[in-house]
Design a protein around this ligand. Structure first.
Ligand code: HEC
Length: 127
């Protein structure tokens, strides 16, 4: 009974205030933070471009095996934000793509991801 009441109260405060005891902003979702493709570009140019190329097509390191992903390709761009975040955060096994969580904060990864999204070919021409 009491637990039910407490839970109900907690849910009510979640609904009304958007706050709940141990729920942090991070749990609620990173959409809360505005992603900054401009600072993301800075990070990209300094840390990612040497493999992925300034245009994201990966031309600079054609000798890597597997080659750097073409960040402009539908294969990459069709992934959900969460998937790409994890790839950048954790890296990819057996490839040159390292785990950037050691070098970048989560916010920086979201920023660089926002920049990676800008590398997608413009979709204005397609319906
Ligand atoms: C040392 C070279 C190197 C650097 C630096 C590098 N990458 Fe990569 N990246 C790779 C390679 C190689 C792959 C392809 C891995 C594969 O296909 O297995 C890759 C794949 C990716 C993918 C695609 C993952 C997928 O599964 O589709 C994304 C997104 C990505 N990199 C983003 C970044 C970002 C953002 C940075 C900078 C923070 C970065 N990379 C820095 C080498 C690099």
């Amino acid at each position: 009974m009491k637990a039910g009441f407490l839970l109900g109260g907690c849910l009510a405060s979640l609904a009304t205030l958007g706050l709940g005891g141990s729920v942090t902003l991070k749990d609620v979702g990173t959409t809360v933070k505005e992603r900054d493709a401009v600072s993301g570009r800075e990070i990209y140019v300094n840390t990612c471009a040497r493999c992925h190329g300034i245009d994201g097509k990966g031309a600079l390191a054609a000798r890597l095996n597997p080659p750097p992903a073409d960040l402009t390709s539908p294969t990459v761009q069709s992934h959900l934000d969460g998937t790409l975040f994890k790839r950048i955060h954790d890296g990819k096994a057996n490839s040159a793509m390292g785990a950037w969580n050691y070098a970048l904060t989560d916010d920086e990864i979201w920023d660089v991801l926002a920049y990676v999204r800008t590398l997608a070919p413009s979709r204005e021409s397609s319906p």
